[in-house]
Ligand binder design. Structure first.
Ligand code: B12
Ligand code: SF4
Length: 559
């Protein structure tokens, strides 16, 4: 009997199993489809780790050194190849403000440039240089697909860093197993759907794309593909070369009618957060009940509607996840958990005596109070990552964030005093944000230091699919649309009434120095030296070496 396989391609987060394929797998199985899933992302990291050689290296040391080795390898070693000018360079201008990524062949920088370059197809099929191609050969992917009688593969492309690996895999399958239907879905496909539709040549790498939420469209595709093979009828949210105007279903799924996410087939104990027991991802809602932030990067336009799972359903599903997968910790990846949802699911978890630790993301909403956090704490909540961004009311109003400084301070205090860790997502350099506004944020963070366990700073970057991108003038932002690459995720812009990215970086340093002043005392130099080593890293017939020192505390210093 034929089988569907869902796959997570490199290069993505290693901390948790992404939730996309487990929710799809659960859904397909509930409809009687034989299906499985495979994480090629963790396997690719193992492939890279196997290229590191050095005396006395532990598996943990290799993981710590990998990012530096990969960056050095791609920025310094790979010169003079036909694709070299598309790689970010360490001393080149572009690298300085490259957010979120390594500098390798999965970087957003390389991806955006390669996708628009004449070298794309040469690179996708390049055995000598494309490390993803080499990895798929080493993994014997084609043999495995044949052996498992796979007739449809669904590749989940969440981040731009997975685009080149996904297209490499798709092309390889289309060339060697033309009867297997290759489908691409996920956040990246959805965000760049209009650009993808313009590229007929990309259909050499896949047969169809699915945009927005994937459950019903994927099931319909499997059914139609098995029934009709070559002549697929038009299907909602499914794009094929012949039918590029899918019947869009913008509403999204009825999330109370979906199956419990199914994590079977994923190496649950191997994710970095799963040190002893499995830590999984889960969602209690989809969409955002606020949906107004002008810069929102999580939910590109058109916004899906907000839908919350009933508390009883959440309790039943968590119970099932514990029973089936032995999960002890959950990352509830809701874009923003509403106060009421937090209270209701907490009550349901307590009522059902469910033992689970969890953390989530939320707004600094006036609806939160000590009672809610205390109940949630009792139900296992240990951390909330709040979308704080700025302490300045003017900036928050300008970007329709809805935060008020006084309320933020109160919610942070209520949360911390209930014993729940507060992690504040903070952004500097937002449209219209002046130096003075940003210093107000720094002042707020220092003032409320005792209640804030962590601050995650980001420099604001313009991304496609939000209100600032669509109406830049309204936000005092300008950028040259003609200079934006079709698949560009981070777009350079002018902040007419606010700071530049460099100035924003300076403010971040000010904050870190003020905070370091308060926490001074621990320094690597006082740490007892343990050992010193040399490491080599070889890929694509080239090799790079670094020297490093490891200290008793586990700190690693690269020379
Ligand atoms: C939780 C989260 C994280 C977590 C956990 C990651 C993990 N391991 O799961 C953390 C904090 C670690 C993280 C990190 C990053 N993330 Co993140 N993350 C999210 C978030 C908020 C939720 C993801 C989620 O669980 N969704 C729930 C699942 C069920 O939805 P889904 O994946 O979209 O799947 C549905 C559909 O897309 C579709 N689908 C998915 N796969 C497939 C496959 C097929 C074949 C089909 C048919 C359909 C399909 O069907 C699914 C069910 O309906 C999203 C935003 C969002 N609202 O989704 C950003 C998001 C995915 N992250 C993003 C990015 C860029 C990153 C980072 C690179 C940087 C960052 N912005 O923080 C890093 C990557 C780190 C790394 N080392 O690689 C981007 C991706 C950009 C894009 N669209 O191209 C998003 C969309 C947010 C954003 N715009 O910045 N992230
Ligand atoms: S609260 Fe978060 S998910 Fe909701 S609109 Fe604002 S940024 Fe987007």
């Amino acid at each position: 009997m034929s089988k569907v396989i869902l796959c997570i391609p490199p290069d993505y987060d290693y901390n948790f199993p992404p939730l996309g394929t487990p929710v799809l797998l659960g859904f397909l199985k509930s409809k009687g489809i034989k299906a499985g899933q495979v994480d090629l992302n963790l396997a690719y990291r193992d492939f890279l780790l196997s290229k590191i050689k050095g005396k006395g290296l532990t598996a943990g040391d290799k993981k710590l050194l990998l990012r530096r080795l990969v960056n050095d390898f791609f920025t310094q070693r790979l010169k003079g190849h036909y694709y070299s000018q598309l790689l970010p360079r360490r001393r080149g201008k572009a690298l300085a403000d490259l957010p979120y990524g390594n500098s390798s062949n999965s970087s957003f920088y390389f991806t955006e440039r390669l996708l628009s370059s004449k070298y794309l197809f040469r690179y996708l099929a390049d055995k000598e240089n494309n490390t993803f191609y080499q990895f798929y050969l080493a993994e014997r992917i084609i043999t495995r697909l044949k052996k498992d009688k796979i007739d449809l593969i669904g590749i989940s492309v969440i981040s731009p860093s997975q685009a080149i690996p996904a297209l490499t895999l798709g092309l390889l399958i289309k060339q060697l197993l033309p009867d297997v239907h290759v489908n691409l879905g996920g956040q990246w496909v959805t965000l760049f759907r209009d650009e993808l539709k313009k590229r007929d040549d990309f259909f050499a790498c896949f047969d169809s794309l699915i945009v927005f939420e994937g459950e019903t469209p994927l099931y319909a595709l499997v059914d139609a593909w098995r029934g009709s093979k070559k002549a697929l009828p038009p299907l909602a949210n499914v794009i094929t070369q012949k039918n590029k105007k899918p019947l869009l279903n913008p509403r999204g799924e009825d999330i109370n009618a979906l199956a419990t996410p199914d994590f079977s087939g994923l190496p649950l104990n191997r994710y970095d957060s799963s040190k002893v027991t499995p830590h999984l991802t889960y969602e209690t809602s989809r969409g955002c009940y606020w949906s107004k932030c002008a810069y929102c990067v999580d939910l590109p336009l058109p916004k899906p509607s907000y839908r919350a799972k009933s508390a009883d359903r959440v309790a039943a599903e968590v119970k099932e996840l514990i029973k089936r997968f032995g999960v002890t910790d959950l990352m509830m990846g809701d874009p923003g958990m509403a106060p009421r949802q937090m209270l209701e699911i907490s009550r349901a978890l307590i009522k059902n005596s469910i033992k689970i630790k969890w953390w989530t993301m939320a707004r600094l909403d006036s609806g939160f109070n000590q009672k809610i956090f205390a109940t949630a704490k009792q139900a296992g909540l240990f951390q909330v990552n709040f979308g704080f961004e700025s302490a300045c009311d003017r900036v928050c109003d300008f970007l329709h964030k809805g935060n008020r400084q006084a309320i933020s301070a109160r919610v942070i205090q209520d949360c911390a005093q209930s014993g729940v860790r507060v992690d504040l997502q903070t952004m500097i350099g937002m449209p219209g944000e002046t130096h003075g506004d940003a210093m107000e944020t720094v002042g707020f963070l220092i003032e409320n230091k005792k209640d804030i366990a962590a601050v995650t700073f980001n420099i604001f970057y313009l991304t496609p699919g939000n209100y600032v991108y669509h109406s830049p003038r309204n936000y005092g932002v300008s950028f040259n649309k003609n200079k934006v690459l079709p698949f560009q995720f981070f777009i350079p812009f002018k902040n007419k009434h606010g700071m530049t990215a460099d100035q924003a970086g300076f403010i971040m340093n000010v904050y870190h120095q003020l905070l370091a002043g308060a926490n001074a005392g621990t320094s690597v130099s006082k740490d007892r030296r343990k050992r010193f080593g040399k490491v080599s890293f070889s890929l694509c017939g080239e090799s790079i070496g670094i020297k490093w020192e490891k200290y008793a505390s586990g700190n690693i210093v690269i020379k």
